[in-house]
Ligand binder design. Structure first.
Ligand code: HEC
Length: 140
């Protein structure tokens, strides 16, 4: 008799424990939704990489105002080459800055393909130089 009582108390205790566990499990499956870890690494854009550089701030504003953005993007070829590709092709030297400034002012064709960059005779040379310094800054 004494033994049976202890046993049944034990069963009750066990079953309530199992209930508690079951309840807990149900809750956790309900709350854990399908949050998947991002599979791709977040890439920092060149704009973000250089945005605090004064050469970037000045040059990108002038290039935007001059309408270069109609044909050029930083990291993707549109009509003209991506600035990042120009930066990769030419070292940042005074000679290259002068040469590329000439190409923008006088127009150019053949370095990147068959499409011609129109001339920009209305622009100040100093402004175009600021734009070129900005372009050559954009190394990946
Ligand atoms: C109408 C479209 C167009 C506009 C506007 C334009 N570009 Fe271009 N750009 C091109 C094309 C096309 C080329 C490739 C020319 C070539 O193959 O030599 C080019 C080439 C360049 C190059 C590389 C030149 C070389 O010799 O490798 C630079 C730097 C450049 N552009 C900067 C600018 C800047 C700065 C402006 C704004 C003042 C500008 N572009 C406006 C179309 C454009």
């Amino acid at each position: 008799m004494k033994l049976t009582k202890t046993f049944s108390i034990g069963v009750i205790a066990l079953s309530s424990l199992a209930y508690a566990c079951g309840g807990g499990n149900t809750e956790s499956t309900e709350t854990s939704t399908t949050t998947q870890a991002p599979t791709q690494e977040v890439k920092v854009s060149l704009e973000d990489k250089y945005k605090d550089d004064p050469i970037f701030v000045t040059g990108s504003a002038k290039a935007k105002e001059a309408g270069c953005t109609a044909c050029h993007m930083v990291e993707r070829k549109v009509v003209g080459p991506a600035y990042a590709d120009v930066a990769e092709k030419y070292e940042n030297t005074p000679e290259n800055i002068a040469m590329l400034t000439d190409h923008v002012i006088n127009g150019n064709v053949g370095n990147w393909g068959e499409i011609q960059m129109p001339s920009h005779p209305q622009l100040e040379r100093a402004d175009v130089e600021d734009m070129i310094k900005y372009v050559l800054l954009l190394k990946r």
